[in-house]
Design a protein around this ligand. Structure first.
Ligand code: DC
Length: 221
C-alpha cells in the first residue's frame, strides 16, 4: 500500500516583528498550506490570566488558562496588543504551559485542515521542539531597531500612540526573556537557514524564502 501523504511543513522561528507573520501567510497562500501563528496561543493564555485578574507568572493560573483554551479565544482582538505580548512571554516561560500547548501545534502540523497540503507554523521553538522534522526551517530575524520601527508603525496604523524608545525597550526585554528561558528558548535550529530581514521589504523576504524552499520541495507523487 502507498504510504499516506505526509504534509509538507515549514517552520518559521524568530523574534517579534522580524516579519514571520507576513512571510508565513504569504508562503501558506503560495503553496496551498495552512498557517498557524503559535504566538496567538501564548497570547490567548496571557489574556485569559489577565482577564481573571491573576498574575501571568502564576503557574496554576496560567496552566488553568492553557488547559481551557478554545478556538474562539484565538479571535480575541486584545491578543494583538502589547499587554498581551508581554503576558504571553511570561506564561511562555512556564514549562507546564508549553507542554499543554504542544499537542495542539503538532496535531495542526500533522493533520492540517482539509484541502491543504501541509502547514506553516510560526513561533520561537517550531524548528527545535514542535516540528524538529519540518521540511523547511527558517529563522527570521532583524536588528532590534528595525523591528521596533516596524512595530511602532503597526501600532500607529492601529491608532495606538507610543514612542520608539519604549517599544525598543519592551522588545529587548521580551527577546531576553524568550531566549534565556530554560525550556524551549528562542533559537535557530542547527539545520535552519537564518534570514535577516533588516534591509529587505516584504517582497524581498518572500523571494529569499522561496530560494530556501525551492530545493526542498518534494517531487509530486
Ligand atoms: O510571536 P508573538 O510575538 O505573538 O509571541 C508572543 C510571545 O509568545 C513571545 O514573546 C514568546 C511566546 N511564544 C513562545 O514562547 N513560543 C512560540 N512558539 C510562540 C510564542
Amino acid at each position: 500500500m502507498a504510504p499516506p501523504h505526509k504534509p509538507f511543513v515549514i517552520a518559521l522561528d524568530g523574534p517579534a516583528a522580524a516579519g514571520k507573520g507576513t512571510l508565513g501567510r504569504r508562503l501558506a497562500a503560495h503553496f496551498g498550506l495552512a498557517y498557524l501563528d503559535t504566538g496567538l496561543l501564548y497570547r490567548a493564555v496571557g489574556v485569559r490570566v489577565l482577564g481573571a485578574g491573576e498574575d501571568p507568572a502564576c503557574k496554576e493560573a496560567a496552566l488553568r488558562a492553557a488547559r481551557s483554551l478554545s478556538a474562539a479565544d484565538l479571535d480575541d482582538p486584545r491578543l494583538r496588543g502589547d499587554e498581551a505580548a508581554a503576558a504571553a512571554s511570561v506564561v511562555a516561560e512556564i514549562p507546564e504551559v508549553r507542554q499543554a500547548l504542544v499537542s495542539f501545534q503538532r496535531e495542526f502540523a500533522a493533520h492540517p485542515p482539509e484541502g491543504t497540503k501541509g502547514a506553516v507554523l510560526d513561533g520561537r521553538d517550531i524548528g527545535t521542539v514542535i516540528c524538529p522534522g519540518a521540511d523547511v526551517k527558517i529563522f527570521v530575524t532583524a536588528s532590534p531597531e528595525t523591528r521596533a520601527k516596524r512595530r511602532l508603525k503597526e501600532l500607529r496604523e492601529r491608532g495606538i500612540t507610543s514612542i520608539h524608545s519604549r517599544v525598543l525597550r519592551e522588545m529587548k526585554e521580551r527577546d531576553a526573556r524568550d531566549s534565556a528561558r530554560a525550556v524551549a528558548p528562542m533559537r535557530a535550529a542547527e539545520d535552519a537557514t537564518v534570514l535577516d530581514t533588516t534591509d529587505l521589504d516584504a517582497d524581498g523576504v518572500f523571494a529569499k524564502a522561496l530560494e530556501v524552499i525551492g530545493p526542498r520541495l518534494r517531487a509530486p507523487r
